[in-house]
Design a protein around this ligand. Sequence first.
Ligand SMILES: [Mn+2]
Length: 267
Amino acid sequence: MGLGSLTKFQGDFAIHGQGVRISNSKNNNGQALTGGEDAYFVACQNWLGVADGVGQWSLEGINAGWYARELLENCEKIVSDSKSVPMIKPEEVLIRSAAESQSPGSSTVLVAYFDGQVLHVANIGDSGFIVIRNGAVFKRSSAMVHEFNFPLQIERYDDPTEFIEGYKIDLDEGDVIVTATNGLFDNLYEKEIASVVSKSLQDSLKPQDIAEYLAMRAQEVGWSACARTPFADAAHAVGYVGYTGGKLDDVTVIVSLVQKRSSSNSQ
Ligand SMILES: [Mn+2]
């Protein structure tokens, strides 16, 4: 795979991510398990990102979503403004964006770029992605947490370099990438996500519809006091044996389908 050409796409495939965000962060009255405030972006067809602003800042009168939103707005600006010399490294975009972000706060963040063949991901914290191939989970990111319910995050003026976990995943036609904040992964098991996605594709649903369905389903489980969930499993594993149900939190989901490039979606 040579780097001699400056074309934006190196491979044969394109993705068109479609996202949705459901906000729940204002519904809880400051209870301990209140989550953060999410943000997301999809840009230039092949860039996407999610971020989750940390909730505790709201106690100091600082909106938990400000930093997360600015971080992603800057990412979007950086990739959109760099058309002549395309950016191809999400970690570089994230480092530049963090250096330019002025809002107080802290956030988890994931930035991803698809070059037409390989998905490049830079991740900090407990947002993540799942790649679904032939109806099963093919690859997934791992959550980066200090301890239960306390994800790694970056704060204003941090240099994210040493916190970033990078992924490079070779993709194929028909693969589906589900990128989301913890609001999805804490409430739905990855097998359930994979089966929803493959059933939806069989029913010819669009990525936008699938993203909306997954987010609504995660929210429903988030309200539940008795459902079995990944979040409850994790709570049990560290000794909170009485915890049952989901985790009410913001939910952000981006669904991207890997398709053959057609002349209509080349640039
Ligand atoms: Mn969250």
